[in-house]
Design a protein around this ligand. Structure first.
Ligand SMILES: Cc1ncc(COP(=O)(O)O)c(C=O)c1O
Length: 430
């Protein structure tokens, strides 16, 4: 059975072939660290990292390529920015659609005397900009905003939010996890002071890559979270104050950055406009098909039903069957990979009315096709027409894999409460 990967909001797959080639090439032919060796391979690695900063600076309209910092993902970037910038007594604004990459650091920072207010969003996830001023306090220091919801794809008006921040003297911190590489993210135009990105989603790079860009006057205000060797100023135990060394202590993920370098070149050559058009075309086709199923009361579309101000992330709830079962059957019978349950954003689910049961999330990428969308729609039509999953499975005489064999070994051993929803034991026994 052909694998149909519809979990690109989690991480994009596949990557362009040249990305893994670049990682392999780096590991087998270069392999050196940067800023430490005085030999040609080290210089060539430094050049590759320099070029990657330049490509990112261009893509995001950053002020200066030296203010592009590498981390291992957007979560780390947001931790560096929030923990380094906020002080006891500070107050920040967030939307009610934020991912835990924003909310968990903020909730921890509450113990250090930082407070936050959530700006409510509508039932489709859109930011209610009109009422934002009411949440301002004397000590409000920043607005932290995701560019698009990872649960339902609704986009936030970052240009308008940036203007609001300028007007009220707030720093504007943006989480671009769901948009970078597909939608324009312009730091200048949107008055963004700190932009956090991840390399492995729309940027099509390897996992373990990410970073952030800072405007010049943020640099002095964001204290580094991690200090150590940088290959510079080795005569002193003080952390360098210059960029990017201020935030880049320790050996970097250079094979990952080599892959990201190649994926950024791929994006530049292909054109992000073309990628966006393709993903939105598939999203439109999917939403149209879903609306027919919604009319038959088989599913419920969560969030916006059109492609205006949205990404290629679509969440649904199945009405006639358990959604974990539906997601498992999508894979077993049709090879379709989705994500089910809560998607690391409890406040977003509460806003959308899908807490605590969550949703089945489909997310399209550049390598998906119209045929993939047709298959997903046919699969949903089939499954939801059949009624409860256990009966459908029995009718089709398709034994489901045992729960034990579908659980990753480590989670069985640790019994960690993972979010991944598994079909219930009772259903599986049928
Ligand atoms: C909106 C948003 N923010 C942050 C993250 C965290 O990304 P990463 O795991 O790459 O740090 C995600 C990933 O799903 C996301 O969708």
């Amino acid at each position: 059975m052909r694998k149909i990967y519809l979990d690109n909001a989690c991480t994009s797959f596949p990557k362009p072939r040249r990305v893994s080639d670049a990682v392999y090439e780096y590991m087998t032919r270069i392999g050196s660290n940067i800023n430490r060796g005085c030999y040609m391979d080290a210089y060539s690695a430094e050049e590759m990292v320099f070029d990657t900063r330049q490509l990112l600076c261009e893509l995001f309209h950053g002020q200066d390529l030296k203010n592009v910092v590498f981390t291992k993902n957007v979560t780390e970037s947001l931790n560096v920015i929030l923990r380094g910038f906020l002080r006891p007594g500070d107050h920040v604004l967030v939307s009610s659609m934020e991912h835990n990459a924003v909310m968990r650091p903020l909730v921890q920072l509450q113990a250090a005397g930082v407070r936050f207010s959530r700006i409510p969003c509508g039932g489709d996830g859109s930011l209610q900009t009109a009422g934002m001023e009411a949440f301002l306090e004397e000590n409000t220091k920043a607005l932290v905003l995701t560019h698009a919801s990872n649960v339902c794809g609704t986009m936030m008006p970052i240009k308008e939010a940036g203007a609001f921040c300028r007007k009220h003297g707030l720093a504007f911190i943006v989480d671009s996890a769901q948009t970078a590489g597909v939608f324009p993210v312009d730091m200048e135009e949107c008055s963004i002071d700190a932009l956090a990105f991840t390399g492995h989603k729309g940027l099509l790079g390897p996992q373990g890559t990410g970073g952030f860009l800072l405007k010049e006057d943020m640099i002095r205000q964001v204290e580094p979270l991690i200090c150590g060797g940088t290959g510079s100023l080795s005569h002193t135990e003080e952390t360098p104050s210059f960029m990017p060394d201020r935030y880049e202590a320790g050996t970097m993920n250079l094979p990952g950055i080599a892959g990201l370098h190649e994926s950024l070149l791929f994006l530049k050559e292909t054109g992000t406009d073309r990628i966006r058009r393709h993903e939105l075309l598939l999203t439109e086709q999917f939403l149209k098909g879903l609306q027919k199923l919604e009319e038959k009361k088989r599913i419920r579309i969560i969030g916006k039903k059109d492609t205006e101000n949205r990404t290629g992330v679509v969440s649904i709830q199945t009405l006639s069957m358990d959604q974990a079962e539906a997601s498992a059957l999508l894979e077993e019978r049709y090879g379709i990979l989705t994500r089910v349950g809560l998607h690391c954003a409890p406040s977003a689910h509460k806003t959308l009315g899908t807490y605590p049961e969550g949703t089945i999330r489909f997310s399209f990428g550049f390598y998906n096709t119209q045929e993939d969308v047709d298959t997903a729609l046919e699969a949903l039509d089939d499954l939801t027409a059949a009624g409860p999953a256990c009966c459908a499975a029995c009718k089709a005489s398709l034994p489901l894999r045992s729960t034990a064999s579908t659980l990753p070994l480590r989670s069985v051993l640790n019994e960690r409460p993972l979010d991944v929803q598994r079909p219930s034991e009772t259903l599986r026994k049928h």
